[in-house]
Design a protein around this ligand. Structure first.
Ligand code: 4AD
Length: 565
């Protein structure tokens, strides 16, 4: 299309009668451009800031020679950024006006405030240092609490702040002279403070965390956080671009939602360990640096290990199997690494893998054990008041799923998918042998809306070590647990107990058996029927806390292209 034709098309499309504005991703300039085809802007938001959001935009993408109307999503994204920039501008103007006022009246007050010093009340008893979680049991005595200013409301001669120390939130009130010192007048969110005073129950009808507040009698500012442009609320906001939030994960973690998820995560790990203990399993710590693959070569992270090839572990399963003759049933909580190319909301490059291995069991035992582990862990979590409150906050109405879980054979799943017109990613009906894609699996799980033990997958789509079904050797004693909203959270199987069968399986898979000698040896020195599984902690948490993505349930999530902060 010629420039004239594109311009004409853009004019036709426009709702308002304005001249199209030109953008050139590589040669444009938001500062010196004027939006003409000869002097274009670089970005859509740059153009909007000069001409308003109601513009027709023609864009020359990097590497292209032609201007084309900007995509709907591009325009929408720019509009979002534009609105944000406007908000920022407005804030800056308000701040400037405030500064102006301050420079007149308040400046004087600020100077005066520097002369005011605080001393602890002469007759006050010594304060006991407590964490916020201990405030309830330390009411009406003098305490000292330290933390970060989570919320701040400044009124004349009165400051209300909510303090956060990681154990809870505490409303604190500062009055009189305490509010007149320089640090009080310039206090900002996320500053650290040390507060002294008495925790008082709130009168009926007033609300604050724990139904009490700290009436402060003395305080110090320990570390002032910046205000103005660098203020905490300017670094992150709820509807900021996901990549900005990811870059500022260290600050996002301070938010109430992120910290609640991490508290549930910690409690879940405690509950898993307690449940594993009651199931008679012993915890072991497995290596992260390995020279064998478990789940296929395509997702291995490779590195140089003193001149040899080594990998970050995909699963601790093979090591767990070697522990059975020594420790009996075992489990581990270990990071696993997958060089996943998939950008889905349930894939991470590093995740916390809860894995177990059990000796002398049947496939049926394995499935019952997995169900017990999940339900027993959730029961323990819900019996923990703090964890239950966080889960209720994040996922209101959550209940332990009903037992027994639905058990569905892979072949029946294929039938279900076809009967319910759930197609493959290529838009075709499913066939026996297909690896059920994530979208189809999720659709089925969401329709059934219960946890499913989906079992007996074809040999060809599963890992080399899985035991075959005795009278149906093209299929395996394998099981995935599927949860509504998330899909697969557990993958497990019975393992080949026969040495020759395993040696054959290496061959079929094209794996050199030499580095696996220690794994194969398990079948030589007293073999046994055994099986195990791996549960993705972030996926379980996404289901439990009702999060859209596993990126929200890891502390510092890693995914394709993201290894910071
Ligand atoms: O199904 P997977 O690949 O099974 C194994 O690794 C077995 N060797 C485990 C075992 O039997 N000990 O992975 C198990 C679980 C999945 O169900 C999923 O919950 C999680 O690990 N998982 C991931 N979680 C986040 N991001 C990824 N890229 C994941 N890959 C697997």
């Amino acid at each position: 299309m010629t420039l004239e034709e594109v311009t004409a098309q853009a004019k036709e499309m426009q709702v308002h009668d304005s001249t199209p504005i030109y953008l050139d991703e590589s040669k444009g300039n938001d500062q010196s451009g004027d939006g003409s085809s000869t002097n274009p802007y670089q970005t859509a938001v740059g153009a909007m800031l000069k001409h308003g959001a109601d513009v027709v935009l023609l864009q020359k993408k990097a590497g292209s020679e032609e201007y084309e109307p900007i995509s709907g999503s591009g325009q929408k994204k720019a509009k979002k950024l534009y609105d944000l920039a406007l908000k920022k501008q407005k804030k800056a103007q308000e701040q400037a006006a405030l500064d102006q006022q301050r420079s007149e009246g308040d400046q004087k007050r600020l100077e005066e405030s520097k002369k005011i010093t605080l001393e602890p009340p002469a007759d006050a008893p010594a304060a006991q240092r407590i964490k916020i979680s201990q405030a309830g049991s330390n009411r009406d005595t003098r305490v000292k609490v330290c933390g970060w200013v989570h919320r701040l409301r400044v009124q004349k001669d009165l400051i209300f702040l909510v303090l956060r120390d990681g154990t809870g939130y505490l409303q604190c009130v500062l009055q009189g002279k305490l509010t007149q010192v320089y640090d009080a007048l310039t206090l900002t969110l996320e500053s650290t403070v040390e507060l002294y005073g008495v925790v008082k129950a709130l009168p009926e009808g007033k609300k604050a965390p724990g139904n009490h507040e700290l009436v402060v009698d003395y305080w110090k500012c320990l570390g002032k956080a910046p205000g103005g442009d660098d203020a905490f609320t300017n670094r992150i906001s709820e509807n900021a671009d996901p990549s900005i939030l990811a870059d500022n994960r260290h600050l996002v973690l301070r938010g109430e939602t992120a910290s609640a998820i991490l508290k549930v995560r910690a409690a879940a790990l405690d509950a898993f360990r307690a449940e594993f203990k009651s199931l008679g399993t012993t915890e072991v710590n497995t290596p992260c640096m390995v020279q064998t693959q478990v789940e296929g070569g395509s997702t291995l992270f490779k590195f140089d290990y003193y001149g040899q090839n080594a990998y970050l572990t995909q699963s601790s399963q093979l090591y767990l199997e070697t522990c059975l003759p020594s420790l009996g049933d075992v489990f581990c909580v270990q990071e696993s690494f997958r060089a996943e190319k998939s950008h889905t909301r349930r894939h991470l490059s590093e995740y916390t893998h809860v894995e177990a291995e059990l000796a002398f069991i049947s496939f049926d035992d394995l499935m019952s054990h997995i169900e017990q582990l999940i339900c027993g862990t959730i029961d323990r979590l819900l019996a923990n008041d703090q964890a239950r409150e966080f889960i209720e906050q994040l996922n209101p109405g959550f209940k332990t799923p009903k037992r027994p879980f639905m058990r569905m054979n892979y072949k029946d799943a294929i039938k279900y998918l076809n009967e319910h017109q759930i197609l493959t990613d290529e838009g075709k009906p499913h066939e026996i042998g297909d690896d059920i894609a994530e979208a189809a699996e999720r659709k089925m799980t969401d329709q059934l809306d219960v946890p499913i033990l989906l079992h007996s997958f074809p040999r060809a789509i599963k890992a080399f070590y899985m035991k075959r079904i005795e009278n149906d050797p093209a299929f395996t004693e394998s099981v995935d647990v599927l949860m509504p909203g998330v899909g697969e959270i557990v993958g497990g199987s019975m393992r080949m107990a026969d040495r020759d069968e395993l040696l054959e399986a290496y061959k079929e898979e094209g794996i050199d058996s030499a580095p696996y000698y220690w794994y194969t040896d398990q079948r030589l020195y007293g073999t046994c029927e055994h099986g195990g599984y791996g549960l993705g902690l972030e996926r379980l948490l996404a289901w439990l806390t009702n999060r859209w993505t596993v990126r929200e349930t890891a502390l510092y999530p890693r995914w394709t292209g993201r290894c910071t902060p």
